[in-house]
Write a protein that binds this ligand. Structure first.
Ligand code: MG
Ligand code: MG
Length: 266
């Protein structure tokens, strides 16, 4: 069952998602050769708690960290470790929090130092496919219209869409109905209407879409070990169109230590 949100609930979800956006915006400048993914995880947890929220992923089905940090061929659910980032790596950061009962969820893939033009193209394609998907999130459209637009955009660049993981509804639970695949034919699935809140999250690969799960039981990698990228925002269908609740715009000093609670309502 899809849980449609009231305007008040969407405002609450905007607050939790602005915390996610602040954590990610603070993380990105820290991504450099020599930094460990554990360093980034520690920052994310500290920053999340400073803002009065709790990490959503830590302990979720036993996940051991606050942040998912997935390097190169790792698609999602990378476990932060003492692995040092190297020049030319690409890193997907996925952050989730819970604040006042509502979840926020957003991801971004970023370059480490100087990356290849192909890797940069992959990162851009993940974002552009998100943009293509959200352009189809209109009242009266169907959820698979988003899916089809993402797939079309990704495949136009010769990349592939991961099938094993999908976007999702989000609210008082991290994962709610409906599922939002990043592939499929348009015109299927639930109708999009006011109050629908989704985490739209293209996960894409430079090579084939088949995956493997590493021995840690979590980390998903491309079977052919080609590079993967991920881009995710929590978005809401409101009375005034679609709003990206986890947008970075207007965050102000996202790296400062003082959290202005008022600004969560901006
Ligand atoms: Mg996520
Ligand atoms: Mg998600």
């Amino acid at each position: 069952m899809i849980i449609y949100k009231t305007d008040d609930e969407i405002r609450a979800m905007k607050r939790s998602n602005r915390i996610v956006a602040r954590v990610l915006a603070g993380l990105v400048p820290l991504v450099k050769p020599g930094v460990t993914t554990k360093d980034l995880d520690e920052y994310a947890e500290k920053r999340t708690r400073e803002m009065g929220a709790a990490p959503a992923f830590k302990g979720y089905r036993g996940f051991p960290a606050s942040l998912c940090a997935s390097v190169n061929e790792e698609i999602v659910h990378g476990i932060p470790s003492s692995r040092k980032l190297k020049d030319g790596d690409i890193l997907s950061l996925d952050c989730g929090v819970i604040f006042e009962g509502y979840f926020g969820d957003s991801s971004v893939t970023v370059p480490v130092g100087e990356i290849s033009p192909e890797a940069a193209r992959l990162i851009a394609a993940a974002r552009e496919s998100f943009d293509a998907g959200i352009s189809r999130m209109k009242e009266g459209n169907r959820v698979s219209d988003i899916s089809a637009a993402i797939q079309e955009r990704v495949e136009a660049d010769g990349f592939s869409v991961i099938r094993a993981f999908v976007g999702h509804g989000i609210g008082r639970s991290l994962h709610e109905e409906p599922q939002v695949p990043n592939f499929g034919l348009p015109g299927h699935g639930p109708k999009i209407r006011r109050g629908l809140v989704l985490a739209i999250e293209p996960m894409i690969a430079m090579g084939d879409w088949e995956i493997e799960i590493l021995a840690n039981g979590w980390t998903a990698v491309t079977k052919d070990r080609s590079l993967a990228a991920h881009y995710e925002h929590t978005v809401a269908c409101t009375g005034n169109g679609v709003e990206i609740l986890s947008a970075w715009e207007g965050l102000g000093d996202s790296t400062g230590n003082v959290m202005d609670k008022e600004s969560l309502n901006a």
